[in-house]
Design a protein around this ligand. Structure first.
Ligand SMILES: Cc1cc2nc3c(=O)[nH]c(=O)nc-3n(C[C@H](O)[C@H](O)[C@H](O)COP(=O)(O)O)c2cc1C
Length: 183
């Protein structure tokens, strides 16, 4: 059974990112996947300062929620990263989370995420797809560097108000179908 980890990067519970990622989850569960959900707004994840204790076989020097999350990431087959566009980038919550992937940037720890795949879910208010370019490139480049396979992405323009994505049925269907495929 495939283990899927969803990472909700918007602080707005039941907002557009949450709804979009939940559709992917629905599809994945319908196909038998086991899903773990992380809501970054509920967690304490501090900044990475590059001390590299983790590269010397030690625990991360930041004693926060990320210590336990490393194990969850390692046990996952697919990670779904969900973030709205915030000022043409990901949210601060998501950026801090990805910064902590420095842990996986040494040979010993890199082995632990060998074969890991990822999916991206990004809603935003403006209508122009260019708005999401910074977020997409941030993930494409960071995941490629970490040798994580980006399997797909759902980019949803034109959703500003909380819940506006409910009117975009074609994207929600796309999310559900993607979830089914992931499982
Ligand atoms: C701090 C902040 C910055 C934002 N920056 C942008 C932006 O640069 N471009 C855009 O199209 N929408 C921007 N938005 C709007 C959000 O992307 C949009 O409301 C999105 O649907 C929020 O997703 P959520 O409901 O999951 O929180 C911003 C919203 C906030 C709160």
């Amino acid at each position: 059974m495939r283990q899927i980890l969803t990472v909700m990067g918007s602080p707005r519970r039941n907002g557009n990112t949450h709804i979009l990622v939940s559709k992917i989850i629905e599809g994945a569960q319908a196909s038998g996947a086991v899903v773990n959900e992380l809501f970054l707004g509920d967690l304490t994840i501090r900044e990475c300062d590059g001390c590299h204790a983790c590269w010397k076989g030690k625990e991360c020097s930041k004693d926060d929620d990320m210590r336990a999350i490393y194990t969850v990431i390692i046990q996952s087959d697919v990670i779904i990263f969900g973030t709205p566009v915030y000022w043409y980038g990901p949210t601060a919550l998501m950026k801090a989370f990805i910064d902590r992937f420095v842990y996986f940037n040494c040979p010993e720890n890199r082995q632990k995420i060998k074969g890991l795949s990822a999916v991206l879910a990004v809603p935003f208010e403006e209508d122009d797809l260019e708005t999401a370019r910074g977020v997409i490139e941030f993930f494409q480049k960071s995941l490629a560097y970490l040798e994580v396979n980006l399997l797909g992405q759902i980019i949803v323009p034109g959703v500003g108000e909380k819940g506006a994505i409910r009117n975009k049925s074609q994207y929600l269907q796309q999310a559900y179908d993607l979830g089914r495929k992931l499982a």
